[in-house]
Design a binder for this molecule. Sequence first.
Ligand SMILES: O=C(NC1CCCCC1)[C@H](C1CCCCC1)n1c(-c2ccc(-n3cccn3)nc2)nc2cc(F)c(F)cc21
Length: 233
Amino acid sequence: KEKVKITKEQQALMKVVVEAYNRHQIPQDVAKKLLQEQYSEEENFLLLTEMATSQVQVLVEFTKNIPGFLSLNHEDQIALLKGSAVEAMFLRSAQVFSRKMPNGHTEVLEERIRKSGISEEFMTPMFNFYKSIGELHMMQEEQALLTAIAILTPDRPYVKDQQAVERLQEPMLDVLRKLCVLQHPQEPQYFARLLGRLTELRTLNHYHAEMLTSWRMNDHKFTPLLCEIWDVE
Ligand SMILES: O=C(NC1CCCCC1)[C@H](C1CCCCC1)n1c(-c2ccc(-n3cccn3)nc2)nc2cc(F)c(F)cc21
């Protein structure tokens, strides 16, 4: 059985990505806010747009720290950010939801989200995803690498030089695969399960625009940045 070993340069790559991931976190904690009090559907929508707007800003900063990203063609950089912003937001939301919380807090959080104004039909796919992420008990290295891998998806719409994106994504996939083998020796399928979450994320992408317009309230207002990145209004 070949001994899996993470090379020096793979260690360095992982360090850069994890540090960037941890440096660029949402300032205030939305879970704490939601646990503190009930908000109206309008207030929840406003909270979502505020959180999502600041999350896009930190996503851009994180992406700029992915080795090689800034040497990609500029239009392709935009296409990758635009193509992954919603997935990165749901991945981040799933990680927030899966954090260890005092007894009963997760249930309250789930209840608040169920009543936030999102229409019923999207609850099942969204919480199925959150729970499937939670079951993986991902380490922060895995979360950071998985987010970078989602961003560096070569076949996003309008990407011209897909090979250049593949050349950046492959080293991330290699180091994540080795990390999974080393951290989860009992679970040979763990790496495949992680990548399977990216497929599940794409389905949430598909629901996203409808989730927004069907939010139980009228006159949905978005920030200019969200209009750009979410293709709304
Ligand atoms: O703020 C949230 N998520 C942020 C975004 C940026 C990064 C950090 C988290 C929301 C929140 C805004 C207030 C109402 C209630 C939901 N949230 C969501 C969520 C729900 C629906 C949607 N969308 C619906 C249509 C399009 N997207 N997006 C995120 N899931 C969450 C899971 C948590 F544990 C959780 F704590 C919050 C969560």
